[in-house]
Design a protein around this ligand. Structure first.
Ligand SMILES: CSC[C@H]1O[C@H](OP(=O)(O)O)[C@H](O)[C@@H]1O
Ligand SMILES: Nc1ncnc2[nH]cnc12
Length: 298
């Protein structure tokens, strides 16, 4: 799904263990500046099957950044400036369900945001905006993820609620049980506010969560450790890359605006009167909200 007049460009946010994408042809790491801050790393511009791809490792190469230090606004803005119309996230998660063992790929479709130390919006004083995140992931991109998984013979668990925690420590047993009682399926530290910001920036979003552990609630399994996560991730990295190879060409087959409205999320979102808007904030919003701000200009 591209935006009107623009082709599909697939942004990929690589999580823990995914700091590069094999099979990205002509990959070229380029620094992309953002008025919102410093992105986690340069962005790798390349193609998969001739389709433009922009890959950004969200913790930076070498995993320099903990979740709370990631500048999510800079990352999302930089991917938009790099041309992305769709963003696919690949993330490591803990499982909160017995039927989602380590090694399972989950196509997340809902979130509960328990993060508290992150800036969550591009909008603010001088340009107030409220977008809907009732359906935070793009169902159309999700259908393509499911089809791509089928093509490579990957069993995919479709649907699931991702609990986003602040970290960096893992959960206490009581927290893990609380999230299970809330019917959450997987737990991680990064998909929020990422998903909210991508909606504000009018791009499609899908999150593929790779289960690495049972967090700390499972009576028959040890409490999660980083070593355990890395071990499972290494075993899954090839599958994640094969999924990307199958997915990207499918996404490119769908030119035109997103039927779910991801590319028009700001149509009815801005409430600040044009004369009350802060020019400095509007300038920073040029990539994220340029489509609607240009239209509003006298
Ligand atoms: C290194 S384990 C914990 C770390 O992994 C997940 O990150 P990502 O979603 O980028 O794969 C989790 O959210 C934590 O940030
Ligand atoms: N159990 C867990 N909690 C939070 N983030 C994770 N990432 C991978 N496993 C996790």
């Amino acid at each position: 799904m591209g935006t009107p007049g623009n082709p599909v460009v697939v942004g990929i946010l690589g999580g823990s263990g995914l700091y590069s994408i094999d099979g990205l042809a002509d990959g070229d790491w380029r620094a992309v500046d953002s008025p919102w801050g410093t992105p986690s790393d340069a962005i790798c511009f390349g193609t998969v099957g001739g389709v433009p791809v922009r890959f950004l490792p969200r913790h930076g190469r070498g995993h320099r950044l903990p979740p709370s230090e990631i500048d999510f606004r800079a990352n999302v803005d930089a991917l938009k400036r790099a041309g992305a119309t769709i963003i696919v996230s690949l993330s490591a998660v803990g499982s909160l369900r017995g039927h989602l063992p380590p090694g399972t790929f989950v196509l997340v479709d809902q979130f509960i945001d328990r993060t508290f130390a992150r800036t969550k919006s591009f909008f603010g004083t001088g340009c107030v905006g409220h977008v809907s995140v009732a359906r935070p992931v793009c169902g159309h991109v999700g259908c393509h993820v499911a089809a791509a998984a089928g093509e490579i013979g990957l069993p995919l668990h479709e649907g699931g609620t991702y609990l986003a925690m602040e970290g960096p420590q893992f959960s206490t047993f009581a927290e893990s049980e609380l999230y299970r009682a809330w019917n959450c399926d997987v737990i991680g530290m990064t998909n929020m506010p990422e998903a909210k910001l991508i909606r504000e920036a009018e791009m499609c979003y899908a999150s593929i969560a790779m289960v690495t552990d049972y967090d700390c609630w499972h009576p028959d399994h040890d409490d999660v450790t980083v070593d355990q996560i890395v071990d499972v991730l290494h075993r899954n990295a090839a599958t994640a890359r094969a999924l990307v190879q199958a997915l990207v060409p499918r996404l490119a087959a769908h030119a035109g605006p997103c039927p779910q409205g991801c590319h028009t999320a700001l149509d009815h979102a801005l409430i600040t009167a044009p004369e009350a808007r802060d020019p400095a904030l509007l300038a920073r919003l040029d990539a994220v909200a340029g489509r609607v701000l240009k239209a509003a200009r006298p």
